[in-house]
Write a protein that binds this ligand. Structure first.
Ligand SMILES: O=C(O)CCC(=O)C(=O)O
Ligand SMILES: [Fe+2]
Length: 188
């Protein structure tokens, strides 16, 4: 995807207050060795993350002990930037709730979804490991970060999170927070 198309995609999906905002965001890409992977550090400001977390909380998806919520087509109006009126570049949304240290099995997202998958991270950090055969690339996702998977990153590399025992996590970071990720995809 060209830089212009990428800017356009970000603007369409997440909205933007200014050209400046968009340019700054797409210029950060420290993960060049996984082709098709774009990592935008701190895509969402702290207040925007707060808005989104409040919107997720309001949906009450996780009150019954569930750890995943899935929506098709009718996205809730999450925190202003995620308005339902936007042209449906994406029509499926998954919100994952991870307890502190919880992992995610390495996988390639199902082929019934188109190329171009966006993941937004909230609340705490995690290392998303991209693996292809012997190759491993760790991507540290912090709250507010956006990751876009296209081409090789989407189809050739698996991604997953290695579980960390709570005690070890506490020792390493001094805190234990759940993590929330929002994955946006488009059905074929
Ligand atoms: O939680 C994440 O960052 C990854 C989520 C994911 O891989 C998925 O929803 O398919
Ligand atoms: Fe995935």
């Amino acid at each position: 995807m060209s830089a212009d198309a990428q800017k356009c995609l970000f603007r369409e999906v997440f909205g933007s207050d200014s050209e400046e905002d968009v340019k700054e965001a797409v210029s950060t890409c420290p993960t060049a060795c996984v082709h098709g992977l774009t990592h935008v550090k701190q895509w969402l400001s702290f207040p925007q993350q707060e808005d989104l977390l409040v919107a997720v909380e309001a949906e009450q998806w996780f009150t019954g002990g569930a750890n995943q919520a899935m929506r098709f087509g009718d996205f809730p109006n999450m925190g202003g930037r995620w308005t339902a009126q936007r042209r449906p570049l994406f029509d499926q949304l998954i919100v994952n709730l991870y307890q502190p240290g919880e992992g995610l099995k390495p996988h390639v997202d199902l082929l019934r979804f188109q190329d171009g998958i966006a993941i937004v991270s909230l609340q705490s950090s995690a290392i998303l490991a991209f693996t292809r055969g012997e190759e491993v690339v760790d991507v540290r996702l912090d709250p507010g970060d956006l990751l876009l998977l296209e081409g090789e990153a989407r189809y050739e590399w698996m991604h997953g999170i290695t579980a960390i025992p709570r005690e070890q996590l506490l020792e390493q970071t001094g805190e234990l927070w759940p993590r929330i990720s929002i994955t946006l995809r488009k059905l074929i």
